[in-house]
Design a protein. Sequence first.
Length: 368
Amino acid sequence: MLQKGLRAGILILGAGPLLSSCSGIRRSSLKTSDILPDEIPELDDQSIAVLHFASLAPSGHNSQPWHVKRSNRFEWIIGANPNRRLPEVDPQNRELLLAIGAFTENLSLAASVYGFDLQVQVLASKTTEEEILKVILKKGKAGTYPLKRITSRRTVRNGFKATEIKSTDIQKLMKPLEDNFRYFPSTSGDGKRLAEWAIESFRDQTNRDHAQRELAAWIRFSDKEAKKYRDGLTPESMEITGLSGWYVRKFMGFKDVMKKSFRQRSIEGVAKIAKQGGGWLLITSPGEKVADLIETGRNFERMFLLARDYKIAIHPMTQMLEEEKWRNEVVKEYGSTTIPQFVLRVGYLNKYPNPVSLRRPVSWFLKL
Ligand SMILES: Cc1cc2nc3c(=O)[nH]c(=O)nc-3n(C[C@H](O)[C@H](O)[C@H](O)COP(=O)(O)O)c2cc1C
């Protein structure tokens, strides 16, 4: 019954046939039965629904680094899948834990709608441990959080307006993060500096062979590959559409990503978009323990989910926190009391586009 409701919800929220033969595979191309398997013998419909919503969280390279082990119906262990780490750009699992925080937030919001309060207990004391947290679902009063926010959130990289973000909108966005949220308009000195660092750190990372090889391994060029893995970056999610998208899907592959011409074009693309938009958000955390990263990931996701209501695009530009030289610069400038965790380019959009990045079905990340 609940699964039926969820299926209907997903259909209303945009599932349907491919609109144009020029489009690559995107979330709406998948049949609802591909997204939600008919049944997972070990799982009830509510749990499948809640975990599906959780999995719509963002993650670096769309690596979806989570797995879930159920101790019993109301007690789950959320873990980090060691095969989904990004050792070249995220050797300490900092971003992995932020993504697991975002996953946990979606899980908590979805569970609340089904009438459960979530108790979260951090298990890991080191960022490299596999078992990260235990969640306990306690029966409570059903909440009214709009799940559409979760199904329609996405990373947007293009089409940002130059307009500054209104202070009333900033006030609303910063609520989940309070003192760990700073906004710099793109015309300010800080805004200009962050744009420059975004470009230069991207250039350095793109020229670092190991990091580029790691990225290449997460690009799903063809629709067939994307459908097989249901993770990583697709031409659609990288916003390479139309004829260029068709060309990339049809003719490009792993080796091309390592070529000088591909790297050069990527750097030029980033240099163009880094200067677009209304400004930059810097998200920080008070500490860098596992619990701090989970908490920051949760609050970041709550903010991200709100942004669409105000037609504000969010684009993490993380290379300056990944490349040591640039991270030191960011910490020197902005990290005197708190630790920088996200640098996000933000801007108003004329229209917030539908999500396109794919997700692995629940049964694929369930650890039995
Ligand atoms: C910790 C973290 C770091 C990210 N870094 C980048 C980045 O540097 N550049 C970028 O374009 N997207 C970045 N993203 C966005 C992911 O690529 C995106 O969440 C993923 O592809 C899934 O797409 P979706 O957010 O539209 O669901 C990052 C996301 C997270 C959670």
